[in-house]
Design a protein around this ligand. Structure first.
Ligand code: NAD
Ligand code: DAU
Length: 378
C-alpha cells in the first residue's frame, strides 16, 4: 500500500530516528519531514536519507494553519505522526508561552487542518490516521516508596538488566489521571486532550502514546545524557540537580521509533499506549555509569572524572519519579525493547565520542547556518 505521511519534528532527536526508520523500511511511502528548524532541529541528523526518492523536507511552523492545510491537499496526506514540540523542561520554566504556542496551538492547528482536508474527501476518515507522540510527564510524579530499589513484580523484558529495579510500588498506566507539574508537561497534557477531543467530537482516527525518557544518538546536548558525555570529555563540571536521586525510566530511542512504527500500523484507533522498557534509574547512578563509560572509552582510568560531579540548586517543581507500565503495548502489539540498558549506554557514549564533529557543530550553532544557506539558495 502506498501512503503519504507527514512526520512533524523530524529534524529533532526522536523524529529523525522515526524518519530514518520509515524512509528505509517503506520505500513505497512518501515521507515528508515537516520541521520549523528551531534550535533543536538539525538536518544533519538525516544526512544518510536526505537523497532518498521517498523523502522530502519541508520547512514549516506547525502553527501555520494555511500552509499546513495546503500541504495536506497538495500531498494528499493519509497519515500524520506528530512529534514537533518544545521538549525541554528547563526551557519551559523560563519561557512557558513558547510551549503553549507550539505544543498546544500548533497541535490544534494540525488537527483542524487535517479535519478540514479529510472531511472534504469522499472516503472522509477511512484509512487516515493522526498519531500524536506524547510523554509520561503528563501523569505527574510517582512516589519514591522504595528509595533503595526493589525487584519489580513483573517478569523481565528484553531491556531488563542486572539493575532492573523499581523505586516505588506504583507505575504510570494508560488509565492514570493526568497531573502535569511543569509548563512543558502541562502543554503536552493539553495537546493530548485536544487530540482525544477531535476523535470524540468529529470521529477523527487518532492515537496517543506516552513514552518515558529516551536516550541515544542525535539528542540535543541540553538533555542530561549528551550534555554530561560532552562535559566529561572536556572535563567540565556536571551540574546535578538537587541530590541526584530523582528517578527516570530510560528507553533507547530506536526502540521508541520501532514502537511508533508498530503502533502507527497496528494500534487501535482512539487508544492510548504507554511506551517504556521497565528501566528505572536514579540520576546519580546513570551519571556514574556515564562517567565510567566515557573514561574507559577515552583511555582514562575508570572513575577518574567523578570529581566533576557538582550538586546544584534543584529544578523548580522537579518530579521525583517516572515509571511506565508498557504491558498493554507489549501484550497487545507484541513490541518489546531490544536493548539492555548497559548495552544502550555503551552504544550511546561511543556514538557521541565518535561523532565529535556533530557535537561541535551543534554546540557552536553552525548546524543551522549551513542549512539556512542551503534552503535560501533553492
Ligand atoms: P526535540 O526537541 O529534539 O525535537 C523537536 C523538533 O520539533 C525539532 O526538530 C524542532 O525544530 C521541531 N519544532 C519545534 N517547534 C516547532 C514548530 N513550531 N513547528 C515545526 N517544528 C517545530 O524533541 P524530542 O526529544 O525529539 O521529542 C519529540 C517528541 O517526543 C516531543 O513531542 C516530545 O514531547 C516527545 N517525547 C520526548 C521524549 C524524550 O525523552 N525526548 C520522551 C517522550 C516523549
Ligand atoms: O519523561 C519523558 C521526558 O524526558 C520528555 O517528555 C522530555 O521531552 C525530555 O526532555 C525528558 O525530560 P527530563 O526532564 O526527564 O529530561 P532531562 O534530560 O532534562 O533530565 C533528566 C533528569 O536529569 C531530570 O531529573 C533532571 C536531571 N538533570 C538534567 C539536566 C539537564 C540534572 O540533574 N542536571 C542537568 O543538567
Amino acid at each position: 500500500m502506498k501512503l503519504n505521511i507527514v512526520i512533524t519534528g523530524g529534524a529533532g532527536f526522536i523524529g529523525s530516528h522515526v524518519v530514518r526508520l520509515f524512509v528505509n523500511k517503506y520505500p513505497e511511502y512518501n515521507i515528508i519531514n515537516l520541521d520549523k528548524l528551531t534550535y533543536a532541529g538539525n538536518l544533519a541528523n538525516l544526512k544518510d536519507v536526505e537523497d532518498k526518492p521517498n523523502y522530502k523536507f519541508v520547512k514549516m511552523d506547525i502553527c501555520d494553519f494555511d500552509a499546513f492545510l495546503k500541504l495536506m491537499q497538495d500531498e494528499k496526506i493519509d497519515g500524520i505522526i506528530h512529534l514537533a514540540a518544545e521538549s525541554h523542561v528547563d526551557r519551559s520554566i523560563k519561557d512557558p508561552f513558547t510551549f503553549a504556542r507550539t505544543n498546544v496551538m500548533g497541535t490544534l492547528s494540525l488537527l483542524q487542518a487535517a479535519k478540514l482536508y479529510w472531511e472534504s474527501l469522499p472516503e472522509r476518515y477511512e484509512g487516515k490516521r493522526f498519531y500524536h507522540i506524547s510523554t509520561d510527564e503528563v501523569y505527574g510524579a510517582l512516589e519514591m516508596t522504595n528509595p533503595e530499589g526493589i525487584k519489580p513484580p513483573f517478569t523481565t523484558t528484553a531491556s531488563s538488566s542486572e539493575h532492573h529495579l523499581a523505586y516505588g510500588k506504583d507505575f504510570f498506566y494508560e488509565t492514570t489521571k493526568y497531573q502535569p507539574h511543569s509548563p512543558y508537561s502541562a502543554s503536552k497534557a493539553s495537546s493530548d486532550h485536544f487530540v482525544r477531543a477531535f476523535h470524540d467530537t468529529y470521529g477523527m482516527p487518532t492515537i496517543v502514546t506516552n513514552c518515558s525518557n529516551n536516550y541515544g544518538p542525535y539528542q540535543f546536548p541540553e538533555k542530561l545524557i549528551p550534555l554530561f558525555i560532552n562535559n566529561i570529555r572536556h572535563r567540565k563540571p556536571l551540574p546535578v540537580y538537587g541530590k541526584g536521586e530523582n528517578v527516570r525510566d530510560w528507553l533507547y530511542v530506536e526502540d521508541h521509533a520501532r514502537a511508533i512504527d508498530t503502533i502507527f500500523h497496528k494500534g487501535r484507533i482512539a487508544e492510548t499506549y504507554n511506551i517504556g522498557g521497565f528501566n528505572e534509574w536514579k540520576n546519580i547512578d546513570i551519571i556514574k555509569t556515564v562517567i565510567n563509560t566515557v573514561d574507559r572509552l577515552l583511555g582514562r582510568p575508570e572513575g577518574a572524572d567523578m570529581d566533576l560531579i557538582t550538586y546544584v540548586t534543584d529544578r523548580l517543581g522537579h518530579d521525583a519519579r517516572y515509571a511506565i507500565d508498557s504491558t498493554k503495548l507489549q501484550k497487545e502489539l507484541g513490541w518489546e525493547p531490544s536493548l539492555q540498558f548497559e548495552e544502550g549506554i555503551e552504544k550511546t557514549v561511543k556514538w557521541y565520542l565518535d561523532n565529535q564533529a556533530w557535537m561541535d557543530n551543534v554546540t557552536s550553532g553552525d548546524y543551522q547556518k549551513y542549512y539556512e544557506d542551503m534552503y535560501d539558495k533553492r
